[in-house]
Write a protein that binds this ligand. Structure first.
Ligand SMILES: Nc1ncnc2c1ncn2[C@@H]1O[C@H](COP(=O)(O)OP(=O)(O)OP(=O)(O)O)[C@@H](O)[C@H]1O
Ligand code: SF4
Ligand SMILES: [Mg+2]
Length: 333
């Protein structure tokens, strides 16, 4: 029996570091703090949007969540089962329930194989279905993602970008997963095609009762698809909350800057939202700043921010901020 209150996925202080050496020796090895201390809870049926600038660790976190990467520190739980240190064999039953869709479908689809074969692959590896049953399931999947039956014989290069992403999605849902991590699934597509893929993902979510983690640069898309949003900066989550609320009243100075850059399409009275331009470059994850990692770029940084790292703190149900001086409504304190 499924416990409805049980989070489907949970990370506890999860960190991922990469060790990089020089080309010719391991001397002078340095550490990339790609994901740092992330505690995130994902509930069944929701879409958690993950946003943040390039290099802030979104893809690394995504790959940790589906255990494509080993986790350096912290824990990863799937429906309460600790899968942090599970071996490839031990992970097999979880793999089929946890899938990922990548930004560039061309890179994840072998160009020398027909797409029908590519979509059939996970079924061959993870199920006992006969060839005939697999062909039937592939035809069903092609129909579900809006591809034609005779497309199964084509090679990836014979498709448009949008169609290739449909193939990537068919592959990801082949095993009836519970949770799909979508890493920039529409970023490489034309705007008109983006909308079609976003709609397809929404339909599939409803039909198949999927839970999504949706990563995108485009905040308007994240806002449109997400029930909840987590904002990442330099490997950590700095703010988390219900999508509409976080967009309307971002509490962390970094979220405020990100959201202020999104074009306002609704009827907002002129002048109510001012664009905040951040100065300075994103610091290197090789040498993160002391204290609050955002302090070198924060317009309201104080002395305390340079030495004391703010924790992600829940101010009221579901609204978390990692800042010593968050902008909160009077009722939030
Ligand atoms: N395999 C790796 N080895 C070393 N460093 C890595 C590796 N993968 C990622 N990094 C570094 O980790 C940091 C986070 O990278 P990541 O790709 O997760 O960011 P991202 O938020 O997905 O960026 P983008 O929006 O550009 O896709 C970056 O500094 C990146 O250079
Ligand atoms: S803790 Fe300080 S530096 Fe960091 S975001 Fe808040 S105000 Fe800015
Ligand atoms: Mg990425």
């Amino acid at each position: 029996m499924i416990d409805k209150d049980q989070p489907i996925l949970e990370t506890r202080e999860l960190s991922k570091r990469f060790s990089i050496g020089t080309r010719f020796s391991s001397q002078g090895k340095r550490t990339v703090h790609a994901v740092d201390n992330v505690s995130l809870t994902v509930r069944r049926g929701e879409t958690v949007g993950l946003v943040g600038e390039s290099g802030c660790g979104k893809s690394t976190l995504a790959r940790c969540l589906v255990r494509l990467y080993d986790i350096t520190d912290g824990r990863l739980l799937f429906e309460g089962d600790d899968i942090t240190g599970k071996s490839l064999t031990e992970l097999r039953p979880f793999r089929r329930r946890l899938q990922m869709v990548f930004q560039d479908p061309s890179a994840s689809l072998n160009p020398r194989r027909r797409v029908g074969d590519l979509v059939a692959e996970p079924l061959r590896i993870h199920t006992d279905l006969s060839s005939r049953e697999i062909s039937k399931r592939v035809a069903e999947l092609f129909d579900l993602v809006g591809l034609l039956p005779d497309h199964v014989m084509r090679y990836p290069h014979e498709f448009s970008g949008g169609q290739r992403q449909r193939v990537g999605i068919a592959r990801a849902i082949a095993l009836n997963p519970d949770l799909v991590v979508l890493d920039e699934p529409v970023s490489a597509l034309d705007v008109s095609v983006q909308a079609q893929i976003v709609n397809l993902l929404a339909d599939l979510q409803e039909k198949l009762k999927l839970t999504y983690i949706f990563i995108a640069h485009d905040l308007s898309i994240v806002r449109q698809v997400s029930t909840r949003i987590a904002v990442m900066y330099l490997g950590s989550i700095v703010e988390e909350g219900p999508a509409e609320e976080l967009f309307a009243t971002p509490a962390h100075p970094y979220s405020q800057a990100l959201i202020s850059a999104v074009p306002v399409v609704e009827t907002t009275p002129a002048g109510t939202r001012k664009r905040i331009i951040l100065t300075g470059d994103v610091p290197s994850p090789l040498k993160p700043p002391s204290g609050c990692r955002f302090h070198p770029r924060c317009p309201i940084a104080a002395d305390r921010c340079r030495t004391e790292r703010p924790q992600l703190t829940e101010h009221r149900s579901g609204r978390k901020v990692a800042c010593h001086f968050p902008t909160l409504a009077a009722s939030d304190g």
